[in-house]
Design a protein around this ligand. Sequence first.
Ligand SMILES: Nc1ncnc2c1ncn2[C@@H]1O[C@H](COP(=O)(O)OP(=O)(O)OP(=O)(O)O)[C@@H](O)[C@H]1O
Length: 295
Amino acid sequence: MDEILQIKDLTKKYGDFKLDQVSFSIPKGSIMGLIGENGAGKSTTINAILGLIKKDKGTVRFWGKELDSTIQIKENIGVVFDGINFYETLTPEKVGKICAAAYKQWDNPTYQNLLERFSIPQIKEIKTLSKGMKMKLSIAAALSHRPKLLILDEATSGLDPVMRDDILEIFAGFVKEEGRSILMSSHITTDLEKVADYITFIHRGRVIFSKRKSDLYNGYGVIRCESGLFEKVDKADILACRKDGTRWNILVGDKEKAKRKYKNAMVDTISIEDMLLMYVKGEQSNEESHFKRFI
Ligand SMILES: Nc1ncnc2c1ncn2[C@@H]1O[C@H](COP(=O)(O)OP(=O)(O)OP(=O)(O)O)[C@@H](O)[C@H]1O
């Protein structure tokens, strides 16, 4: 079993919104970045994985077994949400004591080290801590109960760039320990570019792709061309496109094939953020006919 988490056909309907047969897997020892626009379904996916909402359909397997017990989740999965994770009247010191009693594998030296590294005071009430400090406290606690999987839902967005960089380094070290993995949703795609091994892109409740990051960079590309060439591009090759002045930017899934097929075109690599923008804005702006999407 090389995968720590396998999600298959996860489906949940909320009124107009449908999380639609979401499937992806997280290999052991890796960081999976979960990206998508606001309302794409990232938190719904995470909540369904954790059993915080009832899924309509689909399976979640953890280390090969269906994930259905809260005890199994509590001990093995560390969770950090973008919000308050503890009672506001507790202090970081009390959080440590409560967690020591609550978790079999609580690692107090790690917790103390992280509090110091993150400059979190031991005896200040949580309600008096800044948003960033609360996030750091949650991350310290989640890492210190030695979970096999850490799930973070927008958990680093309130942190300054220096602290984010420090935390990304800690995450990279965490997954080096055998079998541990991270699933992190983030709008800060540059963080994921730095640290993620895999990227899953959810758009309007559906998985557009779930791929190794290096395969994304090696595979996807953008053709930049004038209208004349745009007309000749095989529509089957176009994943999304956007007109920028007189030039077209065309997202393709196989950069090298595009270079061979369209010899006069400029074919560039594309960042995760630009890829996401082309998918999302291409569809949104359809009626203005500046953008079009063909899949
Ligand atoms: N409890 C709920 N009841 C009804 N609709 C919900 C509920 N939770 C989420 N939704 C809807 O499901 C859709 C997906 O929301 P979700 O929070 O999963 O998106 P997201 O990708 O995490 O977005 P963001 O980046 O803004 O956090 C949205 O349309 C949202 O309004």
